[in-house]
Design a protein around this ligand. Structure first.
Ligand code: PEP
Ligand code: MN
Length: 350
């Protein structure tokens, strides 16, 4: 259920509605918008008939028929913009956000060599897994906390924000401590207890689409995070499993406008996992920006033949530079901007 306050409603009137919701044992989510504040109710099993429409400042009480509420544009017509304290990067505005780095943090030298190049090319986020969900238990599982510490050093050195995956409660605690954005991977998109834990975190969440998730399942996963009070969620299309074998996954670009129609949350694309093949990453990155993605997350490795994971889909730094230049031009056609490429000196001395 959604309570829409009138444009003139006072803060006290909004608080009074929230108090009433909480006194009934439900959770209230006050969502300020450009025109008016809406208040979502979660935790109720059926309809809540408590006379909200009689309360001062209330304009309308809407029953939300869709299974998701907080992610829905019905609740919040304006796009969500995710911000990062102390950093100019935002996600969901007209600028595109670019996240880049290796699949996994393998060593300090490897991570620094790649970070230097992606920072110089104009990325705002450094990506890299310290906890790797691998198909085989014998494959490289990530450096754990050591990898997170390397990324924290990279933030200090290059001014890049850190996005990295949490695979369970324990790693989420650590990712929340060292990182700037908590990635929930495709394999965990329906790990509901992990989603709820991410919903109680104080850092934004990058939620990747499950390997065979429908649009509704994807949005419901975001709803889990938001229902716990964390409204800073960014969705990521990373390809779904289909019958084709010319790519690892099929990057479902149509889901981007489909999400944007239904939800106010930003959505970025991952053409690396979305294709699994290096030669297809740049074309699909261009296409994702052209359909309206709010940004990209791209795997880059300085020596992909020796990468401990996902070398086949990692771009060489020079290829990433070229991708950035192409994407910058596509962004301009769409009236969107991208952070400038840095001179080598400013990237290093940040
Ligand atoms: C990753 O980003 O390295 C990763 C494992 O992604 P996904 O969860 O989309 O497979
Ligand atoms: Mn990977």
């Amino acid at each position: 259920m959604l309570i829409v306050m009138s444009a003139q409603a006072t803060e006290e009137q909004v608080r009074a509605v929230c108090r009433k919701i909480e006194s009934l044992g439900y959770r209230s989510h006050s969502i300020p918008g450009a025109q008016r504040t809406a208040i979502g109710i979660t935790g109720n099993q059926g309809e809540v008939d408590a006379g909200f429409d009689e309360m001062p400042g209330v304009q309308e009480v809407i029953r939300v028929s869709k299974p998701y509420k907080l992610v829905s544009r019905d609740v919040k017509p304006d796009n969500t913009v995710v911000r990062f304290p102390g950093h100019s990067a935002t996600i969901g505005e007209s600028n595109l956000v670019i996240m880049a780095g290796p699949c996994g943090i393998e060593s300090r030298e490897q991570a620094f060599a790649i970070a230097e190049r992606v920072a110089r090319a104009g990325a705002q986020f450094f990506r890299g897994g310290a906890y790797k969900p691998r198909t085989s238990p014998y494959s490289f599982q990530g450096l754990g906390e050591e990898g997170l510490k390397i990324m924290a050093e990279i933030r200090e050195r290059f001014g890049l924000l850190i996005v990295t995956e949490a695979v369970d409660y324990e790693s989420l605690d650590l990712v929340e401590k060292y990182g700037d954005m908590i990635q929930i991977g495709a394999r965990n998109m329906q790990n509901f207890s992990l989603l709820k834990r991410a919903g109680r975190a104080r850092k934004p969440v990058l939620l990747k689409r499950g390997i065979s998730a429908t649009l509704e399942e994807f949005l419901m996963a975001a709803e889990y995070v938001m229902s716990e009070g964390n409204y800073n969620v960014v969705l990521c299309e990373r390809g779904v499993r289909t019958f084709v074998d010319h790519t690892r996954n099929t990057l479902d670009l149509s889901v981007i406008p489909a999400v944007q129609r239904l939800s106010h949350l930003p959505i970025i694309a991952d053409p690396s996992h979305g294709t699994g093949k290096r030669d297809k990453v740049t074309p699909l990155a261009r296409a994702a920006v052209a359909v309206g993605a709010d940004g990209l997350i791209v795997e880059v490795h300085h020596d992909p033949d020796k990468a401990l994971s996902d070398g086949m889909q990692s771009l060489y730094p020079d290829q990433f530079d070229a991708l950035m230049e192409q994407v910058r031009q596509i962004a301009a056609v769409l009236g969107r901007t991208m952070a400038a490429e840095l001179s080598p000196a400013s990237a290093i001395n940040h």
